[in-house]
Design a protein around this ligand. Structure first.
Ligand SMILES: [Zn+2]
Length: 378
């Protein structure tokens, strides 16, 4: 069976069960403001066609209905989606269920940023992942950069691309419906639909790693800007004593917080090349140079988080990205930075660290494909 996009109330019901289920009929009727009769009438065809299932285990004591209720759910593991995150050196792929649960993950090195080479690599990865589950519904791909209409990479600094019709190229190579989006957008949607953002009225997401990402979600709607792919938070000024970014800003967020910049500054201090993770290891081992540099960057991360909280006043700030270990190694300094420009009376910021290796980014790519299918966009 293929997940055919639904419309109207049927789509609303399936979406609510997908995002919040399993739910009893009573809970579902309450959430969607439907009468019990309407809900029964509307769910009947969805159950008959296999979009919804009844779970065996009853929930609640059923007092309101006089008997226990069998909750409704979606048959998540009957539908699979592939997500691929493209970085400058590797492709990270996952195959997930309709609820974005990862069934299998894999990654492969790429030795050229040529679009043709990367498309061939993605197609091979999609074939590999499809074999794990038999059939996939659609493919989602995310890249760092600006993506238009979920199809064309307009600009990607890390890949050196301009106007690459990536979705069409991958669809042609795989024969599968394909959608492409910005990587922060994908990760944000993943948190919003299936992650820490579930149940939050509004939240902000900050990512650190090769780049700096920021996004803001209100009632499941990501606030999107035309220039979102450029990384609006990357060049916010944090402290003018910092390193210089590629655009020549001294002490912007990218200069202070990107993994390349931190690794480079530690390498310069030590007179030998170290990776980002090695720089953090050295800081943990109290190497004086690494500890100073990592601590200073962690403090600036705190300043950035304080700014985000002060400007958008989210219920929670999720902190992710492949460089998120900075927040653990430099926890003390980060906390200093958070309060540095906040009123002492201001309430504490609810900061939630997210598991953010590249598999999470790939899951975000799968979520973009899931959303397009469920909302009827592919
Ligand atoms: Zn900058």
């Amino acid at each position: 069976m293929t997940w055919t996009p639904l419309s109207g109330r049927a789509q609303e019901i399936a979406l609510e069960v997908l995002l919040a289920g399993p739910l009893t009929r009573l809970e579902l009727a309450d959430r969607l403001d439907l009468s019990a009769g309407s809900l029964t009438r509307l769910t009947k065809p969805l159950l008959a066609e296999g979009f919804l299932i009844e779970r065996d285990e009853p929930v609640g004591n059923g007092q309101r209905m006089g008997r226990p209720q069998r909750p409704l759910d979606v048959p998540a593991s009957a539908f699979h989606f592939v997500g691929v995150k493209v970085t400058s050196s590797r492709l990270f792929g996952v195959v997930t269920t309709l609820k974005a649960e990862i069934v299998h993950a894999t990654d492969v090195a790429i030795d050229s940023k040529d679009p043709g080479h990367i498309v061939a690599g993605i197609a091979a990865l999609v074939r590999d992942l499809t074999r794990q589950v038999g059939h996939v519904e659609a493919v989602g791909v995310t890249v760092g950069g600006e993506v238009r209409d979920r199809r064309t990479v307009v600009f990607s600094h890390i890949l050196g691309w301009r106007h690459v019709p990536l979705a069409d190229l991958i669809a042609e190579a795989t024969g599968l419906p394909t959608v492409v989006d910005n990587d922060i957008t994908g990760l944000t949607e993943s948190e919003s639909w299936f992650g820490e953002g579930r149940g939050l009225e509004q939240f902000a997401l900050v990512t650190i790693g090769a780049g700096i990402g920021y996004s803001y979600v209100v009632r499941r709607h990501q606030v999107s800007l035309t220039d979102a792919g450029l990384g609006a938070a990357s060049h916010l000024p944090l402290d003018p004593t910092g390193p210089v970014c590629r655009l020549g800003h001294r002490g912007c967020a990218l200069a202070w917080l990107s993994s390349g910049s931190i690794a480079g500054t530690v390498s310069t201090a030590l007179g030998r090349t170290v990776t980002y993770q090695q720089a953090l290891d050295l800081a943990e081992q109290h190497d004086p140079a690494a500890a100073r540099i990592v601590g200073d960057s962690a403090r600036q991360l705190g300043v950035l988080l304080g700014m985000v909280a002060s400007l958008t006043m989210p219920e929670a700030v999720l902190l992710g990205g492949e460089g998120v270990r900075l927040a653990t190694v430099g926890k003390h300094e980060m906390e200093e930075g958070i309060t540095k420009y906040r009123d002492p009376q201001a309430s504490a910021i609810d900061i939630r660290l997210r598991p953010s290796d590249f598999t999470e980014w790939a899951r975000g790519a799968a979520v973009v494909a899931i959303q397009d299918r469920v909302l009827g966009r592919v």
